[in-house]
Design a protein around this ligand. Sequence first.
Ligand SMILES: Nc1ncnc2c1ncn2[C@@H]1O[C@H](COP(=O)(O)OP(=O)(O)OP(=O)(O)O)[C@@H](O)[C@H]1O
Length: 307
Amino acid sequence: MNDHVLQSNQLTKKFKGAFALDKVNLSIRKGSIYGFIGQNGAGKSTLIRIAAGLAFPTDGHIELFGAGGELELVQARKRIGSIIENPALFPNMTAAENLEANRILRGIPGKECIGRTLALVGLQDTGRKKAKNFSLGMKQRLGLGIALLSDPEFLILDEPTNGLDPMGVVEMRELLVRLNRERGITILISSHILSEVYLLATHYGIIHHGRLLEQLTAQELKGKCQQYIHIKSDNPDKASAVIQNGLKTSDFEVMPDGSIKLYGKIERPGEISALLVSSGLMLEQFMPMGEDLESYFTKRIGGISHV
Ligand SMILES: Nc1ncnc2c1ncn2[C@@H]1O[C@H](COP(=O)(O)OP(=O)(O)OP(=O)(O)O)[C@@H](O)[C@H]1O
């Protein structure tokens, strides 16, 4: 059984000879939240538009839910909800009226989905307020509600937090995590800011100049970005005990070679090394390691710009 909702194979798109996508092999696993990260112009929207059937590749192909034929893709896209560019809202209608108009336009049976969707996106108390008077965060949530009307298995969101204030970003994040956990909806969310999707994505794809540089899991990214102190001493057991009892933290890992990765309480490395040495340990290595998210991203995309 194919457990991917979206796969692209050597996907290529050229605009007047310039590559917007260059042989992209991307795969999104069922049940995941895939953070699709790249600077403006990297190619995110182009891939998303092809997935949604709004643009065609120059070369390569995509599969949705394991299906790749033209007619099969049309069927598969019925299982997708999306917000691409700004959600198309009727400005003079209320939230409920917007949902109802979209329900009718898309031939979705049964009015019950309106109230349910309003509650799901937290707009149940907006009453007679018209969409044009909504905050940007409310507009985005209404757009999400419209995308959710058909009960999709896969949500595609192109920069849904763009322009939102920090509170709006948090609300959107919580909502998306809930949709993923409680309803099992797979989500593709693009952003040009890695930290905006860091707290929700389970997988990442980093794209730059149309090339997919890397796909990695949240765990792998965490491993690459987490700050820690690398400690190698003459007595790993004693070093562990000193860290546990002296620093009062168990947030560390003893590696197979006996070195220690200390994650917790690392703000004052000088004090830690002094504590270890004064306990009679001989330190062979003592190095703060790791980098923050944005510098990881910058380094990753920086690597290709010199090629
Ligand atoms: N219709 C088009 N005609 C010509 N060039 C295009 C077209 N659409 C996109 N491009 C170009 O393709 C490249 C990728 O654009 P794309 O919109 O996919 O990037 P993006 O990562 O989504 O960035 P943004 O967040 O700015 O939309 C850019 O260089 C862009 O100028």
